[in-house]
Design a protein around this ligand. Sequence first.
Ligand code: PCP
Length: 411
Amino acid sequence: MSIGKNDRDLQDRTFWIANEDEIRKAETTDVYFLYTLQVLEKKGLDPRVIMEVYLRNLPYSDSWAIVSGIYEVAKLLEGLPLNVRAMEEGEVFLVSPGSVAYEPVIQIEGRYRDFAKYENPILGLVCLSSGISSKAARVKMCAMDKVVFSFGTRRSHPALAPTIERATYIGGFDSVSNVLGARMMGKKPVGTMPHALIQCFGDQKIAWKSFDETMPKDVPRIALVDTFSDEKTEAIMAFEALGDRLYGVRLDTPRSRRGDWRKIIEEVKWELKIRGAGKVKIFISGGLDESTVTELRDLVDGFGVGTGVSNAPTLDFSAKVVELMVDDRDIFRAKRGDIAGRKEVYRAKDRFDDIVTFYRNPKPKGYYPLLSYLIRDGKIVRKFKGLNEIRESVLSKLKILKESKPALRWV
Ligand code: PCP
């Protein structure tokens, strides 16, 4: 098929994505930043500014979210003559739509022309990742002690797979199914079997037995039990086929057959139990979100969550100048609807009781600052935590959030 003469095909690349070099040079910026740079250059204007990245509204009723993508922002801005302060990767930040105050997650100080065009990729890196981490955290909070696996990269552009999986893990998910995503995180991917495997054999038992004969010992024998017959029938068949080698069953019940899914799962548990297979684990997948996880967490051992998290609503952070330094004078100049001046965010040592204040105000007693240097004079100065440590920290914070209502105020 020939590409129409006015259509750009992919002459110079294989996939329609930006490469790392283009991202690093902010070539994915919006053209109005280039217009701005031309105007400022022509007029000889290049003020030092303070820009803050913050979120005013969440796509959820809660008042908390997880910020992630900070590591990539550091890599993006490294080498530019800037000072950047930011929250830690995986930090819980608070949002208070009713209040004039907000919690900046990133604060950039430098000559505006040095980073103007980076606003687009900075926001892109934190909006997508934080949206996924926050949704993953909400699902994990609902799952309580049950495992949650990320199965959703198939529903996004493959270029994003590793960042999606990293974001779900930061949000508290236990493992991920994407092979490259897992490898980049130094993890082993998890997964079971697709319906296609069973369809290729045309016989569930032969398919499950072939899986068992072929897979290495460390791959759990989890039989998908909803391909041709109902879940109860196939769960019994799977136990008949694999006996004690059957580790678990996965119900990926199509919505057209779901009806009372809870009842179907109970039937499966009953039939396995009376046959001495009560230890067989039950996993479910397919269109899961916070409500289905909450509804079924008492019945199942784990969840495979895909689209609901991999395509979670993005968090629409804004990036706004709040202060300029001209001739050694601080000029407080916020956009209408924002509040001027560089801010500090303090959190009480043992609870989600946050204070946002003008940075020159004294630190409140018993509180610690959430913003710290990420980059100083263009050099990355943060020692990044490992993903396991970030995830554990998120999980411990989710426990507190489950028990207490966070508060954000300004002084
Ligand atoms: C889906 C596939 C994904 C699961 C469900 C995530 O089943 O197993 O891992 O679904 P979600 O995105 O709706 O949360 P199918 O689409 O039936 O694919 P397969 O036969 O390959 O399991």
